[in-house]
Write a protein that binds this ligand. Structure first.
Ligand code: AMP
Length: 408
């Protein structure tokens, strides 16, 4: 990425917009590679009872505002509130751009892009590919353009990092005309994988060209096979449903099950969507919770079964991805479960012993950066992901590149 010569007072707003919440952070720093978050927060309850909360860099709460009953500000008003609050809180800072996490870039967007009216229209066309996320990403961009038209906005895609994958990783074995329509594997969590791809060689330069499987295990979970920092395969596909079980999603499921549910039990698209996005995964199997912490703390047998099913499938996919790229030189755990669950890391590693994976129990408990045992053939790491930082870097990079091309 081009170095960005912004002044220390320049600030970049990062937005991750969901259906009823909008997470934000503001990054400041001397260059695109030395950015630090100065505030983070979220607006929750959008559409019902909005609440604005923010924390400073030391994670101290510095804002908590709810609107009176009867008041129900929409997205533009809420973004106006956010911008005013940033202006009041970060006195002397100049907001130079806003970067958005956008779940789907389709085949068109393989890199971050400056948001324009045309780009917004092109993103609208991708809504059928990600109906639960894309409309909210677009709504936030449109609302921000409405309240602050001169602020440059950049869209950063969760799919973009996977565009380097070979054809055989991207293609379903279906008739070619369907593939040509865009029914193919895209992959997600790309901003997280891209961050890890930058971070790992800083920690272990000898792995710069290695075959690495990164396990992004959060409430959504996927794994990525990376060769020399580039994605060569991943477990999520056309949507964020495929791959390993998640908090409320099943991961890979025989498509025949869906035909059976439609034909024999009268399921329609909406019911299938509810089943697959909201009622399955850890929640469905345990009948208790979608949260790994609850399952680990429960003595209910179904909770232990859910954790076991999760670890079984993660380990299976590590092996599958190693097979896909023809090697395994390192494993990285990241995201909520990957960074925090000692049990999940231990169980997954145990199941991968035959591949030369062995972790040090004390290092694993201590959440050390390198948790593999001395004699492990495959080094194992915990690397906290930072998708927001990646978005801020990309956003300032796009703005800097535009400034350079204007100056040329
Ligand atoms: P993410 O989507 O990356 O924010 O991950 C959120 C998920 O991480 C939560 O739903 C939990 O299941 C999991 N998680 C967070 N902290 C812990 C922990 N200490 N132990 C086990 N799982 C955790």
């Amino acid at each position: 990425m081009a170095a960005h010569s912004n002044s220390g007072s320049d600030a970049c707003l990062v937005i991750n917009a969901g259906s009823s919440s909008l997470k934000f952070s503001v990054f400041q720093g001397g260059s695109a590679t030395e950015l630090e978050p100065v505030v983070t927060g979220q607006i929750s309850g959008i559409g019902t009872a909005p609440r604005f909360e923010a924390k400073d860099a030391a994670r101290h709460k510095i804002a908590d505002h709810s609107w009176a009953a009867g008041e129900n500000p929409g997205r533009p008003e809420l973004l106006h509130h956010l911008l005013d609050w940033i202006g009041d809180t970060l006195k002397g800072a100049t907001l130079v751009a806003a970067g958005h996490r956008v779940v789907h870039g389709g085949t068109r967007f393989s890199a971050p892009v400056r948001v324009t009216a045309t780009v917004l229209d092109q993103l609208e066309e991708l809504i059928p590919l990600a109906p639960l996320h894309e409309p909210h990403n677009i709504a936030a961009m449109r609302a921000l353009a409405q309240v602050y038209p001169s602020l440059p906005q950049v869209a950063c895609f969760d799919t973009a990092f996977h565009q380097t994958q070979p054809w055989q990783s991207q293609t379903f074995a279906i008739p070619r005309e369907l593939t040509a329509e865009g029914i193919r594997r895209y992959g997600f969590h790309g901003l997280s994988y891209e961050y890890i791809a930058h971070r790992l060689p800083q920690m272990a330069p000898e792995l710069a060209n290695a075959h690495v499987v990164v396990c992004h295990l959060g409430s959504g979970a996927s794994l990525c096979a990376m060769r020399a920092g580039h994605s060569v395969d991943t477990t999520m596909g056309f949507t964020a449903l495929d791959g390993v079980p998640m908090g409320t999603r099943p991961g890979a499921i025989d498509p025949g099950v869906l035909i059976y549910l439609m034909r024999e039990k009268g399921y329609g698209a909406d019911e299938l969507e509810k089943l697959l996005y909201h009622k399955s995964g850890m929640l469905g199997v345990s009948g208790l919770s979608n949260d790994m912490r609850d399952l680990e703390n429960s003595d209910h047998p179904a909770a232990a079964e859910a954790v076991e099913l999760f670890c079984h499938n993660v380990a299976k996919q590590v092996a599958a991805l190693a097979g896909s790229m023809g090697g395994l030189d390192a494993v990285v755990f990241t995201a909520g479960v990957g960074e925090n669950s000692t049990l999940v890391r231990a169980r997954v590693a145990e199941k991968l012993g035959w591949l030369g994976v062995s972790i040090d129990a004390a290092a694993n408990r201590a959440k050390a950066t390198r948790i593999s045992a001395q004699d492990s053939r495959v080094p194992v790491f915990i690397i906290p992901t930072d998708e927001e930082r990646m978005i801020a870097r990309h956003t300032l990079g796009v703005i800097a590149a535009e400034a350079l091309s204007r100056a040329a």
